[in-house]
Ligand binder design. Structure first.
Ligand code: PLP
Length: 361
């Protein structure tokens, strides 16, 4: 049997990509906000229904630019249940992550635990919309207003997610999204910032290009976080096929959901009512870690490789002072993301379900 991984990069029509490459070779401009990067950012703003979208080199840089832009320092309240980049990007910028435990059903930061973690050094809240499921933005906003904190969302999983009738990328001061090849929409490597404030948006544009605003004019400190033309070309090709990709993923997602919902010993993420599902992941929770390990071993025997994701819980990173996070550690020990991509074989999905059902009954 062919190897099945947790995800498979979607490759759009190659002839279309080649025609963009021809265009790049004709223009001779490979990067520095070229015509394809401009076109992609315009088309993404239209497609996603967002304003002020800034394309960058990857999702981690999007987070780091956001922290610099909002001048975060001291302590930042964040979730232990996310991809490592959410935390490591803070530490990289010399900011101390203060973890707040998660809700065991939504897997998102528990807003009712945030206030007691705030100190005089707290400057912001960095929360993740886990597996595209909206964090409790209403409560987080209220706390941020009360204590004058910035809010940044790691929206890496949120391509196309609608929350309360509009793009979820409008939440917080800044939202960061990833367009890495493993995500549902990708630009090979890449990402974007959505910045509500127009002045901050202009500042971020300068920041991703060394602070350069015109020949020999440098306004403020910057770095290199630009997307290039080949990456933008990939994004344009992906965007052309996005409706097909979404429809295919929905069918594959619903297959798992129909077979696994309400099964004894298998628990699914509780999704926010106000948030659309973009079918980015299919996480399942088992009763015990040993159960998960057993199921994983059986699936691996058949060349099927789901991913323990997120695991380990980020409070266990060895470069941090240990802060105990019982719920996040428990969920991290029992959660498995099943293989999900546009053209996954139904027979493979059926086999995955059979093994899970057999091992949990
Ligand atoms: C993928 C991901 C990132 C990092 O994005 P890159 O583009 O790979 O740098 C950050 N946070 C979360 C939650 C992610 O899933």
């Amino acid at each position: 049997m062919k190897t099945v991984n947790v995800t498979k990069t979607y490759l759009p029509n190659v002839d279309r990509y080649k025609s963009y490459v021809d265009q790049i070779f004709q223009s001779g401009q490979l990067t520095n906000n070229g015509s394809l990067t401009k076109e992609l950012s315009y088309r993404l703003q239209e497609y996603l229904g967002v304003k002020n979208l800034l394309l960058v080199s990857n999702g981690t840089m999007a987070l780091q630019i956001a922290y610099k832009l909002l001048d975060l320092k001291g302590e930042v309240i964040t979730t232990p249940f996310s991809f490592v980049a959410t935390t490591s990007s803070l530490v990289w910028e010399n900011i101390k992550p203060i973890f707040v435990d998660i809700d065991p059903f939504s897997f998102n930061i528990d807003p009712d635990l945030i206030e007691r973690a705030i100190t005089a050094d707290t400057t912001a809240i960095v929360a993740t919309h886990v597996f595209g499921n909206a964090a409790n933005t209403e409560k987080i906003n209220r706390i941020a207003m009360k204590y004058n904190l910035k809010v940044i969302y790691d929206a890496a999983h949120c391509f196309g997610t609608i929350h309360n009738g509009e793009s979820i990328l409008h939440q917080g001061d800044v939202s960061a999204i990833s367009f890495h090849s493993t995500k549902i929409f990708h630009t090979i490597e890449g990402g974007a910032l959505c910045i509500n404030n127009d002045h901050l948006y202009e500042k971020a544009k300068r920041m991703i290009n060394f602070g350069i605003t015109a020949p020999y004019v440098i306004e403020g400190i910057g770095i290199n976080a630009k997307m290039n033309e080949f990456e933008s070309a990939m994004g344009l090709c992906m965007l052309d096929e996005m409706e097909t990709i979404k429809a295919m993923r929905k069918i594959r997602y619903e297959y798992f959901e129909n077979k696994l919902r309400d099964r004894k010993g298998v628990y699914l993420q509780e999704r926010s009512n106000n948030t659309s599902n973009n079918y980015s992941h299919f996480p399942v929770l088992f009763e015990y870690e040993d159960k998960l390990i057993g199921i994983l071993a059986e699936l691996n025997k058949e060349n099927i490789y789901p991913r323990r994701y997120f695991y380990p819980s980020l409070n266990e990173l060895d470069y941090l002072d240990y802060q105990e996070m019982p719920v996040s550690q428990d969920i991290a020990s029992r959660v498995l993301c099943l293989p999900l991509y546009a053209d996954i074989n139904e027979e493979v999905q059926q086999r995955i379900v059979e093994i899970i059902v057999q091992m949990t009954s």
